[in-house]
Design a protein around this ligand. Structure first.
Ligand SMILES: [Zn+2]
Length: 208
């Protein structure tokens, strides 16, 4: 089990308020979030249709989720990985069932400079081992192509070490324009897979 697995914390992972002062409900609630943040992160699976494709999501990407994710990803507040998919792990696992999970990649240079892979880590603490078979082509390798060509060739697929199931769950953290998810979706479909989309948070412009 990963060292960041949230369990029996003395403080809320998100706001650091002491949990020891909390009342008797300690027995029935998560013991790594305060009541306010437990309530906030209690979400059910919702669905949205984007460009004809159905996508499961848990949160609207509002300022609270944005600041949480920014702290995790850019300020490298790594224990916050327990505030993302972890509270939704039962719902997430019911979407995944026995299907393979593939993640939308971030750029290799960003992952290298961060020293960790935010999306991968937030799934791994849920006990989910994603296939990291999609690769983002670095912008520097694309400089001779025009914008539309660049978008089409933004991602590459590599052969998985273990074969994927026919149906795969494609997971991303935050869906803003949807371009990355759609390109990765196309790539997986071109390999004969049926894709089920799932993201942590979605930009509110897709929800109107
Ligand atoms: Zn809190």
């Amino acid at each position: 089990m990963h060292q960041y697995t949230p369990k029996r914390q003395c403080h809320c992972l998100w706001c650091l308020v002491s949990l020891e002062k909390q009342d008797f409900s300690l027995l029935i609630r998560h013991d790594y979030l305060c009541l306010e943040h437990e309530e906030f992160l209690k979400s059910k699976t919702k669905k949205v249709i984007m460009k004809g494709r159905e996508i499961n999501y848990f949160f609207e990407y509002d300022h609270k989720i944005a600041s949480l994710y920014f702290r995790y990803k850019e300020h490298k507040d790594i224990p916050l990985c327990g505030c993302l998919f972890y509270p939704q792990r039962k719902h997430l696992k019911s979407i995944i069932q026995s299907r393979s999970v593939v993640i939308v990649p971030s750029s290799l240079s960003k992952t290298k400079s961060r020293g960790f892979h935010p999306l991968k880590l937030s799934l791994e603490i849920c006990g989910i081992k994603p296939h990291d078979i999609l690769k983002k082509v670095e912008d520097s390798d694309q400089k001779n192509k025009d914008k539309s060509q660049r978008e089409l060739t933004q991602f590459e697929i590599t052969l998985p070490k273990t074969p994927l199931t026919h149906e795969v769950v494609l997971v991303d953290d935050v869906l803003t324009t949807g371009n990355s998810l759609m390109r990765c979706w196309d790539l997986l479909e071109s390999q004969g897979h049926r894709v089920i989309g799932c993201v942590l948070a979605i930009n509110s412009s897709w929800l109107v």
